[in-house]
Design a protein around this ligand. Structure first.
Ligand code: FES
Length: 193
């Protein structure tokens, strides 16, 4: 086991290289995940479809895996999956749009969700959302230009007593106010103005 293992799904072989600036030696991974072409991704998705297509109720599983490989499920990919499964595109689109964990747009490194349930809404959730729209310069459903954040809204997450609440990735932040929001965002790096 290597200290610096990459988190990709492949077995990889770390190797030692000289850092360009510091000349310090560092361990690099030879895996090529980040450079995988769209064609390679489609090939992998195609293999998954072959594996699952005859199993009952496998559409959601296929879409999950496809999103894991491609990052999101744009229309072109929906068409490809529909064709390979020999089902109508509307069936794929219906599932992708129904479940919030599927996205048709590229997602950011971090997903911020603002609760707009009743308690959060009346205690300032909408103002928090407006502040995020202004700070991040995105609309709901969009991703920042630097790919760092995707902004979404959600319904009650069970933290009503400490509203307003937001979540970033899997963490819930309660009693959020404008100052607290700024410091939360700083945990994820400076927000470009
Ligand atoms: S309404 Fe936001 S946590 Fe319940």
């Amino acid at each position: 086991m290597y200290d610096n293992e990459c988190e990709c799904e492949y077995n990889h072989i770390p190797f030692v290289v000289k850092g360009e600036v510091s000349v310090a030696l560092e361990i690099k991974c030879q895996c090529q995940c980040a450079e995988e072409s769209d064609q390679d991704k489609y090939t992998r998705i195609s293999e998954i479809i072959d594996e699952y297509k005859d199993k009952e109720g496998s559409l959601i599983q296929i879409l999950h895996l496809a999103q894991g490989i491609y990052g999101h499920i744009p229309l072109e990919l929906q068409k490809f999956i529909a064709q390979r499964l020999e089902i109508p595109l509307s069936q794929i689109s219906g599932v992708v749009t129904f479940y919030s964990f599927f996205s048709t747009q590229p997602r950011g490194e971090n997903t911020i969700k603002v609760c707009l349930g009743t308690a959060c809404y009346v205690r300032g959730g909408k103002k928090i959302l407006d502040q995020l729209i202004e700070l991040l310069k995105v609309q709901v459903g969009d991703t920042t230009a630097d790919g760092k954040f995707t902004l979404e809204v959600m319904r009650c997450i069970g933290a009503c007593g400490l509203a307003p609440a937001i979540s970033i990735n899997d963490e819930v932040y309660k009693q959020v106010n404008p100052d607290k929001l700024q410091s939360i965002l700083k945990e994820f790096g400076e927000v470009k103005k």
